[in-house]
Design a protein around this ligand. Structure first.
Ligand code: ZN
Length: 138
């Protein structure tokens, strides 16, 4: 329930309704005749706000890692790891065994950041072209 509508005797007298946002706890008023439009507008704002918070949280928790030590630190701090992987099963299994992290996805945009320009597998150090995300499950 993203919005709570409050309608007391005084609100009815004044021809208004109080809109209480559950995401920010802010309250505002709208004319009763306009309540449908006011709710639609507020729902759009709430959606944008929640999407931005989620987006910002996700992208602030992605860490580019070049080696297993960096990867361990990033995972211990509850981040997602973006790294390069050679594609061999042994490296994926070693990451899972040593760091308790599993591969999550390979992004459509395979352009590595400047930090990963060496294009070496995070695990074995051999040439790698697969940009990939690893994470732990909690
Ligand atoms: Zn490898």
């Amino acid at each position: 329930m993203p919005i709570r509508l409050e309608l007391g005797p005084r609100d009815i007298e004044n021809g208004q309704v109080v809109l209480a946002r559950r995401d920010t706890n802010e309250k505002s008023t709208a004319p009763i005749d306009n309540v449908v439009e006011a709710v639609k507008t507020l729902l759009d704002e709430i959606h944008e706000n929640m999407f931005k918070q989620s987006h910002d949280f996700t992208y602030s928790h992605i860490v580019d890692c070049e080696n297993m030590d960096e990867m361990k630190t990033a995972l211990d701090n509850k981040n997602f790891v973006r790294t390069l992987w050679c594609g061999c099963r042994e490296c994926e299994d070693k990451i899972k065994a040593d760091l308790q992290a599993t591969s999550r996805c390979m992004p459509f945009d395979q352009t590595p950041s400047d930090r990963l320009k060496a294009k070496k597998c995070v695990c074995c150090g051999k040439p790698a072209n697969n940009l990939i995300y690893f994470a732990r499950a909690y």
